[in-house]
Ligand binder design. Structure first.
Ligand code: PBG
Length: 330
């Protein structure tokens, strides 16, 4: 290592072109996945108060947003459903006419060349708000698996491109893979929320998806934020069970986990820049406390630098526009 005066780190920072030339991390529109909240209601688009720029929207509006995302060059969307009725088994999630199945069918019919991912979980569909079947006050893992398999088939029949199980049930990837294969859906990939932490940063999402648990919390299935090695175990288990893409969630307080997961598997790694991470920037920007666009870009680049190959983010459209603008400027 040379030192000053031979070493002058600033030599490679004096112009934008020079900085671009030596940049180690690249963010592309191709890396972005845009989440949508689809409601069973008709012709309605309601802004989510804690998530400015995000909406609960009916299928027609979701189709329009999907089309817009596609035109910006965003390769994929992920769908969350708000059903008309919730019950103990979350039946809307696996019913042929459930809100997500309808949404998948419409979007696949009307928007070409856009990957439609479906979140595969029960919490938005169950009356108690937990991510599985509740027995004696606790989520029953193995009973839940049977339902997850049914949801996967319903989504596959509707034409989904990728299923994304997010409930942190043990064995979920294995059971979903098996039932997809047995039903002829051998080519549908599984993007598993492999290392999903019990996090307060999901707060705004639970308002948006109306999915807060009615009793207790999710700490018996989602991970403890004190643990990182455990995330590797969870990830490698999902890889063994047949996951095609693994995920770390949330992203910002877990950049170390993203880094470690990237070192321990050769599968593509996704990171979920969750609702609370979005809302924090939006709120601070509204107060004039930080610059929204530059904070957004810094955060997305940080997630990529940590090792994410793709990012699920509510900023996807905004970031795509910014990346296009920067490209023109170059
Ligand atoms: C459902 C699910 C959650 C999120 C994605 N899928 C919420 C939860 O576990 O309570 C959170 C996404 C976000 O906060 O943006 N299992």
């Amino acid at each position: 290592m040379t030192t000053y005066p031979l070493h002058r780190g600033r030599r490679i920072r004096f112009s934008r072109q020079m900085r671009n030339l030596v940049a180690e991390t690249h963010l592309n529109i191709d890396d972005l996945i845009y989440p949508l909240f689809v409601t069973h209601e008709k012709h309605i688009q309601k802004e989510i108060p804690s998530m400015p720029g995000c909406y609960q929207e009916s299928i027609d509006y979701a189709v329009a947003e999907a089309q817009e995302a596609k035109e910006l060059g965003i390769p994929a969307i992920i769908l969350f459903g708000i059903p008309e009725t919730k019950d103990a088994t979350g039946s809307d999630a696996y019913c042929e006419t459930g809100v997500i199945q309808e949404a998948i069918r419409e979007i696949k019919k009307k928007v070409v060349d856009l990957i439609v991912i479906a979140d595969l979980c029960m919490c938005e569909y169950t009356s108690h708000g937990h991510c599985g079947i509740v027995e004696a006050g606790e989520v029953d893992n193995d009973k839940t698996l049977e339902y997850l398999a049914r949801i996967a088939i319903a989504q596959a029949k509707a034409g989904v491109d990728i299923v994304a199980p997010s409930g942190m049930m043990d064995g979920m990837v294995k059971v979903i893979r098996k039932s997809l294969d047995e039903n002829g859906f051998t080519n549908i990939p599984i993007m598993s929320y492999s290392a999903k932490y019990a996090s307060s940063f999901y707060g705004p999402f639970r308002d948006a998806a109306e999915s807060a648990p009615q009793f207790g919390d999710r700490r018996t299935y989602q991970m403890d934020y004190r643990n990182a090695r455990e995330a590797i175990n969870e990830t490698l288990t999902d890889v063994e069970e047949g996951a095609d893409i693994v995920m770390v969630k949330p992203a910002l307080s877990y950049l170390d986990v993203i880094y470690r997961v990237k070192q321990s598997t050769n599968l593509p790694v996704a990171a979920y820049n969750v609702s609370g991470e979005y809302s924090m920037i939006k709120a601070a920007a509204r107060l004039g406390w930080l610059d929204e666009k530059s904070a957004m870009m810094e955060v997305l680049y940080a997630i990529k630098r940590a090792g994410a190959d793709m990012i699920l983010t509510y900023f996807a459209k905004q970031a795509a526009k910014e990346l296009l603008r920067l490209k023109i400027q170059e």
